[in-house]
Structure formats: C-alpha cells, structure tokens
Design a protein around this ligand. Structure first.
Ligand code: DGJ
Length: 734
C-alpha cells in the first residue's frame, strides 16, 4: 500500500472511539498491535498479529471471562490491586503502599521518520500515588517491527523503590506455544532449543552483569500452535536491547493466555527514584510473521541493518587477527611478518590482539598488565604506530584489541586505584581469568576509560578498528562509589555507565569500526549493536561448532554483524579436524577473517585462501552484508546436513552454502530446495571455493530457472563427513 495513504489511515485511526471504549491501534505495513481504553480508564491489550486495518470491531469485544478486574489482559499490569500474575511493574511507595493501579490519561502519535517510523506514547498514572508511567511504542513499518519501552516517573516528594520495571508486557493467545530460545556457554553460544510451554512461568535471564549473553541470549522465537517452521506458521520473535542483566518471562496462565514480560532483570536491583526522577527502560523489539521463522529473521535483520547497528552501510573488511596465530608470543618482527602474509593473501585489515601493553607488568600472559595501556617497550620498541604505518604501506587497515573494563590484580592500575574495583566490603575479591572488574557505575572510571581510549587513538590516529573485549562477569557485587542505600543500583548503573562510555567514544570517533567481543558471544545483543558494527560471535572458531553457533545467532542477528574466522585445525577449543575449504566455507557465512599463523599454511593452502578471499570480497560479501537470509536445512535436525543462502534484494544473485555434518554412507545426498529466488528468472549456478576445480553438482556452470531450483532443487554429491560446497547464482538473460 502507498505509504502516504497508510500514514493518513494510521493517524485517522489513531483513536477509534465509537462508544465509551477507546481503541488505540498501532500498525506496521503488515501487522497491528491494538490496545483499548475501558470505560473505567484501564488500558487493555487487545491484539497482536497480522494487520487489522479497521479496528472498530474490537469495540465491545467480549472475553467471557469473569468480569473481575485482573482477568482480562492488561497492557502493562502492575503489582497490587487485583492483578495476580507476574507484573510488569512493582513499586514500594513512601507510605508503605505496595499497590500500583494504572489508569489511562491520554496518548499521542508522532512521526519519527516520515513514511517509515512512527511513535505512540500512552500515558498512565496511578489512581492514588503520584506516579506517571508512559508506554512508548515505535513502529518500523516496512520491517514489521514494534519496539516497546516504558518511562516511569516519580512525582512523590519522597523516594519510591522500583522492584520490577519491565520494558514490555505482551499477552499472546494460541492453542499451543512452542518457545525457541538460544542457550549455551562460553565457546558454545546460541544453540537452539525448543520447548512446548506448559502452565507456569518459564524464564530466560542473565545475572552475570557483564558477558550476559553466553548462557542464554535475550531473544526468542515463539511459534504459535505448531512447532517452529522456516517458511510457514505464525511466529513472534523478540529481542531486548540491553547489555546487562535481563529477564524474559513466559507465563502460561489459567486462561491459557501466555504473557511475555521482558526487560532488565529485577534480581538484586531495587531502584530508588527521587522526586521527579525518571527510569527509562531499554527497548524490547518484536516482530510478527505468518510465514515462519525465516520471515521473522529477515524482518529483524533488515531492521537491525537499517536502524540499530552502528554506522551500518559498511561492508566490513576481511582481516587477520593475531590471537590464535601468536597469542601473547610476539614481537615487532612476528607481527610485521603476519601483516606481510595478510597482504599477500588479499586480506584487508590486520588486528593486533591481546599482549601489546604493560611495562612494569608486561602482558605476556593473562596474569598481569591488564589496565596498564602503554605499549610494552621490550616487545614493540617502535610502538603501535610503527605497525599501523607498516600495515598502511601494505595496503591494510589496522585494528587493535583493548579490554578497558578490566584490570589484573598485578597491574599499576590496581595498585593506584583499588577503589575502582568491583568488590563487596569485607569480602574476598574473586578473580576470573586472573582479572578484576572496574566499577563503571563510577563516573571517574568512565572518564578513565574514555581518556585512555582518546590517548591510544591520538598516539595512533590511523587505527581503523577496535576489538573491545571483556573477559569476566560480576561476582561478589559491590561498589565503593555507590552509597549504601544504592548498592542495588550497581547492575543497572554499570550498563548505563558502559553505554555512556560508548556514546562518548562514538561522538569522538564516529567512523571507527568497533567489535563487541566480550570473550566472544558475551555481548551479542541489540543494545551493544547500537555502538558497534559487529560482534565477535564466539571464541570457538572450530568450523563444526560454528555451524551451530552461527545458525542460531543469525536467527536473530544479521550475518553482517557476525565475525567469523578461519583458524588452525584442530584449534585450541576442540579436537575437530576439518579441511581448510570446510573452514572457509563456514567462515564465509559471516564477516570473513582468519585467525592463525599464515606461515603454518602449505603453499597450496595459501593459494586456496587467496582465491577464497578474493571470491568472498567480490561475490559473497555483498550478499552476506545486504542480502536476505533463507535457511534451507537446519543442523539441529537429524538429517545431518546444514544449508542456507543469501539472496540479493532484487533476486538477481544468491549464494548457497551446504555442509555435510555426519557420515551418510553412499545412500544419503542432500537435496537442496532453494528459496527466495524469483521463479521466472534464470540463474547460472557456479560452485566456488573448489579445491581442484571439480564440482559436487552435476549442473555446475549450467543455467536453471528459479522455479526448478526452488522445487526440484539441487542434488549434490556431498558424501564425506565434514564436507561442504558453496554455490554462486547469477541471473542470466536467456
Ligand atoms: C577473548 C577473546 O574473545 C579472544 O578473541 C581474544 O581476544 C582473547 N580474549 C585475548 O585475551
């Protein structure tokens, strides 16, 4: 539909008030979120799903439940009154009142980006206490995305205490609910798991404060009625834009209604609000698809690339990272040789990882030096600058690793500023990977990080990329900076402090490329992506593990943000042995890099790598960064294959990846039915990354119709365990 007409309709239908009930619809191009204001001023939830343009039919809708207040779905339920399920908000008021009962006082529609992004703010107040609550919804029309956040404002003269403060509350009605979440641990993140929800509460959460996404990611896909399918079925996908503790609850209640409350984790986080202070929650992102998980992912990916990921139009450079090739064991010559080799095989950037800093306590292992951000003279006598210049001469960009939130006990920084270290008074400070955490709730620590960053950048102005690491989480919580009555603010103020640092750095270095690393996989969230162009998907670079990790990660996050490196085999995380081709075929599914000692490669492997990198840059990368993801075969299913593809928006090119993950005998061959092509178009299919020019597809270099490729598909001779193939498809006019 013409967007101007849609805008007109949206504004006209901003309020439907055909009786004493007011309907508030919020639309995207294909979906609607609908609320109603009841005659007693209660704000009720009515609907979320495919678009219902004419909302007038919701007026007078009966649920046939007991008419008691508390049994119909509320838009933002609060603790107290008659509400008995998990509330979105709970407050302790100065007079000891534990009840909050919100009533509607008005709402406002506004245009954020004409024809693209709209905002509806619904204002509520407590019936007795001086408390304002605003529900803020943004609709991203083309991508069918809603975001929800809440602003809580205390107008009491005295402090109030918030004990729950979720961003969003979403009731869902279906016959069955299949919840898909992403679980794991360090080096095995984003594994997919599906469960049929039963009555009660299922929650996913983090209480780690930092590195919050290793164990469970703050995102999900909820399949309604039937288990999750790629191309069919109704799916609600959600993701929270917050890099601290989070909690997402799925409560299936006595009416078989599922309520999703999501936001910052209230765990040990009671938050005091003084007079006129406001608490602004992070945004919860939702999309609805009636075309399965595939469309839900594509909605999220397009939204992320257009509105969330920092400075997103870039196609990020291919790179060689020093970590798994050199670890702490390098000097200037070693690094220069790696730069030579990176240039030789056509990579575009070199990233110097951990181990370049500290003089009193040189960082020769993870045991010391963290926090002392001066270059180690004995290792790099000519400084980082000499390496940046060397890389630049070779035509490479230069990137640098930092871990500014952390400190080793054995460091000058820890000696100088013990008060900056996160610790509980009178208790032992625990180390993790030999390090302590700096207290980012303290503005002095925030300033230290920004000043350190500025110094490094001013000493080496040509640094193009920063890998921002964080290798421990919060234990024995406590802050020397926060007052006794605000210790529970730590978790939230840490993340706010981090965001303050990020945004100050961003205003100083708007074009710098930044990766959210966090031990790999530890800060994979829509909050961090507002400040970074990419994440380090996992510390596990083993290609077999990565197939599962990347498949899960790209359910929610676009491939353009997922760094993926070719490393040695077996590498230090697993004992798996795979061919260089297999490792390239996997790493080429995201932002391609290498993380090994190129000197260890044979001449034939270097030739293969050079060719693969060149094809990635010209044919593959534009599709990874800007294309649409279509998943074809899930590695999580029994068949032992994985396949997916990216197609260009105009469907004229595509790249298809196929992996054989287990021994299949000579009986099972993958039959890959492609997706996302134009049935009428003709495509030339060309296998790339072949080892000896031999293709595993009988129709290599031949032309097929989209109709053929999507219905009959490609039958491929991929017989060996851990073998793979990548095909480039290009439209031909015949
Ligand atoms: C953890 C990161 O994820 C690795 O890639 C590497 O940078 C190490 N830290 C360095 O200490």
């Amino acid at each position: 539909m013409n967007k101007r007409i849609l805008l007109g309709i949206t504004l006209i239908l901003g309020v439907c008030n055909l009786s004493s009930q007011t309907i508030i619809p919020i639309h995207t191009d294909r979906t609607s979120l609908i609320f109603s204001v009841e005659p007693d001023s209660t704000l009720s939830f009515q609907y979320y799903g495919n678009k219902i343009q004419d909302c007038s039919y919701f007026i007078g809708k009966q649920t046939y439940r007991r008419s008691d207040y508390g049994t119909d779905p509320l838009a933002y339920p609060t603790a107290g009154g008659r509400f008995f399920n998990e509330p979105a908000l709970s407050v302790v008021f100065p007079d000891g009142d534990l009840n909050t009962e919100l009533k509607y006082i008005g709402h406002k529609d506004s245009i954020i980006v004409p024809n693209e992004v709209y905002q509806t703010t619904i204002n509520l107040v407590d019936k007795k206490q001086k408390l304002n609550v605003s529900l803020v919804f943004k609709s991203y029309c083309e991508n069918d995305i809603f975001t929800a956040s809440t602003i809580i404002e205390n107008l009491n003269k005295k402090d109030i205490r918030l004990t729950r403060f979720y961003s969003s509350f979403l009731p869902v009605k279906a016959n069955r609910y299949y919840l898909n979440t992403f679980y794991g641990a360090w080096a095995q993140e984003m594994n997919m798991e599906q469960s049929l929800l039963t009555h009660g509460i299922k929650s996913i959460e983090s209480k780690k404060g930092v590195r919050t996404t290793h164990t469970e990611n703050p995102s999900f896909m909820l399949a309604l009625d039937e288990p999750l399918q790629e191309e069919t079925g109704c799916v609600i996908a959600g993701a929270l834009a917050w890099s601290g503790n989070y909690k997402i609850n799925f409560q299936l209640d006595e009416f078989n209604l599922l309520s999703i409350s999501s936001g910052i984790n209230p765990y040990l986080s009671d938050y005091k609000l003084g007079h006129k202070e406001r608490f602004v929650t992070p945004e919860m992102i939702y999309t609805y698809s009636d075309k399965g998980a595939g469309q839900a992912s594509r909605n999220l990916h397009d939204y992320a690339r257009k509105y969330v990921v920092y400075d997103t139009p870039h196609e990020l450079p291919t790179l060689l990272n020093s970590w798994e090739g050199a670890y702490f064991d390098f000097d200037e010559n070693v690094i220069k040789k790696m730069i030579d080799d990176a240039a030789e095989i056509g990579l575009e950037m070199f990233v110097l990882d951990d181990g370049w800093f500290g003089n009193k306590y040189p960082r020769n292992s993870s045991k010391q030096g963290l926090g002392d951000w001066q270059v180690t003279q004995s290792k790099l006598p000519n400084g980082i600058g000499a390496l940046v210049d060397y890389a630049t001469q070779k035509g490479l960009k230069f990137g640098l690793w930092i871990e500014p939130e952390m400190v080793n006990p054995q460091s000058e920084l820890a000696e100088k500023h013990p008060e900056w270290i996160v610790k509980a008074k009178g208790r032992k400070i625990t180390t993790m990977r030999n390090q302590w955490l700096l207290d980012l709730s303290n503005p002095e620590v925030q300033d230290f990080i920004v000043e350190t960053f500025k110094r490094i950048m001013s000493e080496n102005p040509n640094i193009a990329y920063i890998k921002w690491d964080a290798n421990r989480h919060v234990e024995s919580v406590g802050s020397d900076y926060l007052s006794v009555d605000k210790q529970s603010h730590f978790w939230i103020d840490y993340t706010k402090g981090l965001y303050n640092v990020y945004s100050r750095i961003r205003s100083l270095y708007p074009h710098l490329l930044m990766q959210a690393c966090s031990s790999g996989g530890g800060r994979v969230d829509y909050g961090a992506l507002k400040y970074h162009q990419e994440v380090w998907t996992s510390d596990n670079t083993d290609a077999l593990s990565r197939i599962f990790i990347q498949y899960g990660t790209n359910m929610i996050y676009p491939a353009s943000v997922t760094g993926s490196h070719v490393s040695a085999t077996p590498n230090h995380q697993t004992g798996n042995q795979t061919s260089l081709k297999f490792r390239f075929d996997v790493a080429m599914g995201g932002r391609l890099g290498m993380e090994l000692q190129p000197q260890a490669l044979k001449p034939s492997e270097l030739t293969f790598a050079r060719n693969a990198i060149s094809q990635y840059k010209t044919l593959v990368r534009p599709l990874v960064f800007k294309g649409d993801l279509y998943r074809l075969l899930s590695p999580y299913e029994e068949h032992g294959f994985c396949a997916y593809m990216y197609t260009s928006k105009n469907k004229s090119t595509a790249i298809t990846y196929v992996y054989n993950l287990k021994y299949q005998g000579r009986t099972h061959f993958p039959q890959i039915k492609l997706s996302g092509l134009s049935p009428q178009k003709k495509y030339k299919v060309k296998e790339i990354n072949t080892m000896d020019e031999k293709s595993v597809f009988w129709g290599n270099n031949q032309t097929f119709s989209g109709e053929y490729l999507m219905n009959e598909g490609m039958n491929i001779k991929l017989t060996q365990c851990n073998s793979s193939a990548v095909f480039y498809l290009e439209e031909v006019n015949q």
